[in-house]
Design a binder for this molecule. Structure first.
Ligand SMILES: C[S@@+](CC[C@H](N)C(=O)[O-])C[C@H]1O[C@@H](n2cnc3c(N)ncnc32)[C@H](O)[C@@H]1O
Length: 297
């Protein structure tokens, strides 16, 4: 099967030509409730969801980044319906993750909508998980307050000593990124597309759920963000995009301008902080990330 390629076409049709179980990871974001008019193209969600399940390897993962449109002042519920349909197709709903977006506009009669879902589906148990370790533990370096204790089979009480809390731990399943013009993308070509997701969001999923050499798919390639990050991270990539214009004017030049850096290690992942992850003038109650850890030994 040809990899490191972009296919122009309707994913509902193109995916049918793929063999069973050929994809390690897919990361994509579909058009949301026809919220934006992508040159009038539509997609057959059910067919694509079934095909994604078929083409995913056992233990492979499919990440679906999605939000709802607001209809008459309320949410459409499409994200939930799609998640339930993926489960019907056979996927496990491995993790419902949140993409917290900085700087969204307030709603008049609801609380400000600040997130989208990142549904992580797996075909069986995920075969790869390289957790990103960039969360500063509040109690890092301190001793646990109490001693751990448990009762042995014979009923006797075993008490172990206090232990030191790790300074840095696994991050939570709420990920925060800034997006919008000037944020999220490391090149200007991407902004020719009306709805990109941040590069760091994709690379964090690619690092988490795949290894070097794995095949990464995006069946709604858009500006090619997934493909670019897969290429940089030394994965093989396959993109499908229905708009020939996006393919020709955005994805191909963007990938041509993308370099592949040195191989990265496997196992626990500690990625470099990216200034574009942080939004200006926002107060967050979320975990502090690696960029806040300078000075820690
Ligand atoms: C939300 S955008 C994806 C943006 C992408 N994540 C990025 O960062 O650039 C959805 C894309 O899906 C494409 N699309 C819509 N229907 C499609 C279909 N049936 N098959 C393939 N692509 C489709 C649209 O043209 C649009 O570019």
């Amino acid at each position: 099967m040809k990899t490191n390629t972009i296919i122009t076409g309707d994913s509902a049709e193109v995916l049918k030509s793929f063999p069973d179980g050929c994809i390690d990871l897919s990361v994509q974001s579909p058009p949301y409730d026809n919220l934006r008019d992508y040159k009038g193209f539509t997609f057959n969600f059910e067919v694509i969801a079934r095909e994604l399940y078929r083409v995913t390897k056992d233990g492979g993962v499919c990440v679906w980044v999605v939000g709802d449109a607001t209809v008459d002042g309320s949410e459409s519920g499409t994200s939930f319906k799609q998640a339930l349909y993926f489960i019907e197709c056979g996927f496990n709903l491995h993790d419902t993750m949140i993409y917290e977006k900085a700087g969204t506009l307030p709603s008049s009669n609801r609380y400000t909508q600040e997130f989208e879902f990142m549904f992580v589906f797996s075909k069986g148990v995920p075969k790869t998980f390289n957790p990103i370790m960039d969360r500063k533990n509040k109690w890092g370096g301190e001793k646990t307050f109490g001693k751990s204790s448990f009762r042995d089979k014979d009923g006797s009480l075993k008490v172990s000593g206090q232990r030191e809390v790790n300074k840095i731990g696994k991050r939570s399943n709420i990920w925060r990124y800034a997006n919008g013009y000037g944020f999220g993308q490391s090149d200007d070509i991407a902004y020719k597309h009306p709805a990109t997701y941040p590069e760091a969001l994709v690379s964090d999923h690619i690092l988490s759920w795949s290894n070097e050499g794995d095949i990464v798919l995006d069946c709604f390639a858009g500006s090619g963000t997934t493909l670019k990050k897969a290429k940089e991270l030394q994965r093989q990539y396959i993109g499908i995009e229905i708009s020939p214009e996006y393919v020709k004017e955005i994805i191909i030049p963007r990938l041509a301008a993308t370099n592949t850096p040195l191989p990265m290690g496997r196992g626990l992942t500690q990625r470099e902080p990216d200034k574009r992850d942080s939004a200006p003038s926002q107060a967050f109650s979320q975990p502090e990330f690696l960029s806040d850890l300078e000075g820690l030994s």
